[in-house]
Design a protein around this ligand. Structure first.
Ligand SMILES: N[C@@H](CCC(=O)N[C@@H](CS)C(=O)NCC(=O)O)C(=O)O
Length: 216
């Protein structure tokens, strides 16, 4: 059984959504955010203290987009993965890596300096600078989804899950009102997917059953 450690609406939502899209069985362990402060025992499992952590037999992974890629290949085949023989394989990989390294990175600074730090350390200038940076980086997504319903391969793939999570996070930190028209419509389409809805329902249910308090 695959085990996924997750905090509400955190990057671990990417593998959770992927698991639901693939219909794989899994065990979802909810943690309060950030676990390094509110669930210190988790550091014994993942010394980084970050989520996600996915355990599948001997395999342990802590990178959200990498876990999606792993699930689709190890537990596939699935159309959610673009294969090496497909024309848009490179574009697929680029979106997968872009989703966290390029797109989510500036968002985490906005989150940190508007909500996570104690009042006296919050910094509106940092938040404004990285908000601008995020929207600069989102331009590539706007162009891609203005031309097609999905990012690549002419179908919904793990790249849409990985990039789609950044849109979820943007909504969570109050940036979604500034989405361009194509990204707004794309985000609407993503949220309408059964797999997305099942993932949202699964995290809600697990949070309630495990009595994990949502702080953010
Ligand atoms: N590149 C990693 C980043 C993992 C990460 O930093 N996760 C955040 C939550 S979204 C976290 O655990 N933050 C808490 C902390 O750093 O203590 C990924 O894509 O999974």
């Amino acid at each position: 059984m695959i085990t996924l450690y997750h905090c509400h609406a955190a990057r671990s939502f990417r593998p959770l959504w992927m698991l639901e899209e693939m219909g794989l069985p899994y065990d979802l362990k909810m943690l309060p955010f950030p676990p390094r402060v509110f669930a210190k025992e988790y550091l014994a499992l993942n010394p980084l203290g970050t989520i996600p952590l996915m355990i599948d037999g001997e395999t342990r992974m802590t990178e959200s987009s990498g876990i999606c890629h792993y699930l689709g290949t190890r537990h596939g085949p699935t159309p959610l993965i673009v294969g090496v023989d497909e024309a848009t394989y490179g574009a697929f990989l680029n979106w997968m890596y872009f989703s966290d390294a390029t797109l989510t990175f500036p968002q985490t600074l906005v989150l940190r300096y508007t909500r996570l730090e104690p009042e006296e350390r919050r910094n509106s200038q940092v938040a404004a600078d990285y908000t601008k940076w995020f929207f600069g980086r989102l331009r590539g997504v706007e162009a891609a989804v203005a031309a097609s319903d999905t990012l690549c391969a002419g179908r919904f793939t793990a790249a849409d899950i990985s990039v789609g999570y950044a849109l979820l996070l943007a909504q969570r930190i109050g940036l979604s009102a500034e989405f361009g028209p194509a990204v707004a419509a794309y985000w609407h389409r993503l949220q309408a997917r059964d797999g997305f809805r099942r993932a949202v329902a699964a995290e809600k249910l697990a949070g309630e059953q495990q009595q994990v308090v949502r702080r953010f």
